[in-house]
Design a protein around this ligand. Structure first.
Ligand code: SF4
Length: 475
């Protein structure tokens, strides 16, 4: 590219994909691409994101325009069709992530304490991140050209925040007038055979009770092709400034479970599938047993805490019985296969998990670190794990003081709270830490494992991995 064109590109902020790592021996490495390079075009096309990158780099022999140290050059990468280039890119979106124009009173990002890492404050509402990572989008900023792209490139499944089908209630919940109309996109997406999973975040006194009933009727009426609908309780941290946002009482949680169960029966009768599911947290709040595993219809919203407890129990039982267990929860969609950017923020890849038994006395007692809700799920298995391991196995529930309020899920535990709890525990024991609390090896509050008072063994968050780790069986 001519110097003036290069300057134009920089001035108008044209997208470039920054390379952070190159796989040794990969086609990109053979072609001389290095970390720090910026990919400006692929086969002459400027790309906006890793989705387009995947599409354009899939063929044989890719032509790249690369900027290195301010200088631009053309490189041909020789490779077979379908072979990845072997690049890790800094971001999934090369232009700008579409941020949301809503002001939801239940928004967890508004309830974060100050000083956390920047990516956690990003209020994205970008259908591309919905496709890539399963982030929920409200569709209030969705456009005709976005729709065209989703349909032509078959970007499915997508995840849509519904919250309420009544236009006024949805406007109130999103604090955005576009909330009233943006679900028309959902109808169009479903008409175009795009797979969409929905979510309702329930705020007691606002969209529970008759409003939740009305929403589930609205789904049947307007969105009968919706793949699934997850119903989850709002989280209220101690940092919320919204006086109308409060945690559910047990009675309110029981009412939600009852409503969901009644609508599952109606959906089964009219659509032949359950469609709607309450999150595991609701059953814990309601003090009611989880539904049987086969009533979760293969757990398509497992990552959103729906069916996790039952899946976990099944994995533990199978692993204790000596069966081979395939862990649930890893989405096998687009991102599992993409040669590109890692997820960031809450859905970032977890720590690489060392599962080999650690050195030391095998008969040391084992403490399993978990959140307060996770402790309820794990409690039934502790005795069996101890019997199998031949040592004392106990839970180490950690209260979430960092966020406070009703935040009790394991995935939102921070280093400062884990460290404080471990400091109260005896030395010389083995401590197992679920990898869901780490992203890129760091807790949400930026702490690392080095700040904990004892060494911990990071264990993948599935039942079989827990059985292997607690009983010191190498995977
Ligand atoms: S759409 Fe999501 S990110 Fe935006 S304000 Fe609502 S909850 Fe927060």
């Amino acid at each position: 590219m001519e110097g003036s064109d290069a300057l134009t590109r920089i001035l108008v902020g044209m997208p470039a994909a920054r390379v952070v790592a190159v796989a040794p021996g990969s086609p990109a490495s053979e072609a001389g691409i290095a970390a720090g390079d910026e990919i400006l075009t692929v086969n002459g096309e400027q790309l906006r994101d890793v989705i387009a990158y995947q599409l354009h780099t899939d063929g044989a022999d890719v032509d790249l325009e690369v900027r290195r140290g301010g200088l631009e050059q053309q490189l041909i990468v020789h490779k077979a069709p379908g072979t990845p280039l072997g690049l890790e890119l800094a971001h999934a979106v090369f232009d700008r992530v579409q941020t949301c124009d809503n002001h939801c009173p239940f928004c967890f990002i508004h309830q974060l304490p100050k000083g956390m890492r920047r990516s956690l404050y990003l209020q994205d509402d970008d259908f591309r991140l919905s496709f890539l990572y399963g982030n929920f989008t409200t569709l209030t900023r969705f456009t005709e050209s976005d729709f065209e792209r989703v349909v032509t490139e078959k970007l499915s499944p997508l995840y849509v925040s519904i919250h309420a089908t009544d236009p006024d209630v949805r406007t109130l919940l999103l604090r955005n007038r576009r909330g009233a109309t943006s679900l028309r996109w959902l109808e169009l997406l479903l008409d175009a055979d795009v797979e969409v999973h929905g979510q309702v975040v329930v705020c007691p006194g606002i969209n529970d009770g008759p409003v939740l009933d009305d929403t589930l009727l609205g789904v049947l009426d307007r969105f009968p092709h919706l793949a699934t609908l997850g119903v989850v309780p709002l989280g209220v941290s101690a940092h919320s400034h919204e006086p109308d946002m409060r945690a559910h009482s047990s009675d309110e949680a029981r009412a939600v479970v009852h409503t969901v169960s009644a609508w599952q029966a109606r959906y089964l009768e009219t659509l032949g599938r359950r469609l709607v599911f309450a999150s595991d947290e609701y059953y814990l709040l309601a003090g009611q047993p989880f539904p049987p595993l086969d009533e979760y219809d293969n757990c398509p919203q497992h990552e959103n805490g729906i069916g996790m407890a039952r899946t976990f129990a099944a994995e533990v039982a199978a692993a204790l019985a000596g069966a081979d267990v395939v862990a649930t929860g890893t989405r096998s969609g687009f991102f599992a296969a993409v040669d590109g950017a890692p997820a960031d923020g809450y859905r970032a890849p977890r720590n690489p998990t060392p599962e080999s038994p650690p050195p030391g006395d095998p008969l040391r007692p084992v403490g399993i670190v978990t959140g307060e809700l996770g402790a309820h799920v794990l409690a039934p298995f502790v005795a069996a794990l101890g019997d199998r391991a031949g040592v004392d196995v106990r839970l180490v529930p950690v209260a979430n003081r960092f966020f406070g309020g009703n935040i009790a899920v394991t995935g939102l535990l921070t280093g400062v709270d884990v460290a404080a709890e471990l400091a109260r525990q005896p030395a010389g024991h083995r401590y197992l830490l679920p990898d869901v609390v780490l992203s890129h090896g760091t807790f949400l509050d930026g702490q690392t494992l080095a700040a904990l008072p004892y060494p911990v063994e990071v264990v993948r968050t599935d039942g079989a991995a827990l059985v292997r780790a607690a009983t010191r069986i190498a995977s």
